[in-house]
Ligand binder design. Sequence first.
Ligand SMILES: Nc1nc2c(c(=O)[nH]1)N[C@H]1C(S)=C(S)[C@@H](COP(=O)(O)O)O[C@H]1N2
Ligand SMILES: [Mo]
Length: 198
Amino acid sequence: MAVTRGFVGRRTADSSRVPPGQYVTREFPVLSAGPTPYTPLDAWDFTIRGAVDKPVSWSWTEFQALPRETFTVDIHCVTKWTRLDMVWSGVSLDTFLDAVPAQAAYALAFSDGGYTTNIPVADLSGRKAWIVDEYDGRPLDPEHGGPARLLVPHLYFWKSAKWIRGLELRTTDQPGFWEMFGYHNYGDPWKEQRYYGD
Ligand SMILES: Nc1nc2c(c(=O)[nH]1)N[C@H]1C(S)=C(S)[C@@H](COP(=O)(O)O)O[C@H]1N2
Ligand SMILES: [Mo]
């Protein structure tokens, strides 16, 4: 009972951290639109291309040498689970974007397996987004996007592309995979922007 009481008490204490329509879970569900791809690390790179002077790529080794940070954030999935205090480690997207001079306002994240999702560049900069390769002190499970995934905690979790391989910078917005199938174009959990028209 102590566990249940503690859990309920904690939910009450943290209700200001739970967006409308969400419930708190301690699970970490797997939600994938297709099979888990397995890309060897020596074939992996992260590329920023599109509306840039010249595409720039980082190999896995180069990615590993970038300044890292470990941080704790809450994650909100459009299927209504919220998980508080998830500990991730990776590289701020500012580090990548600062290396690629560009004026583009939009980005389309692309992943092994073909998944895409669109995010304004403003939401990827200013220390709001990371390429993470560790969760809870361990390498990210392939099912959760390992070797590396995008993490944009202030938007619904479908924006956090698993198995990410890069960003296509764009001067015009281009809806990604779920955005074309009726999800909201932006996906702010605090405004309950779940579906097209919300
Ligand atoms: N490449 C890729 N990234 C993806 C998805 C996917 O199917 N493929 N699903 C998205 C959705 S809808 C959610 S809710 C989260 C789920 O992440 P998880 O499986 O680690 O919980 O990943 C997002 N990123
Ligand atoms: Mo999702």
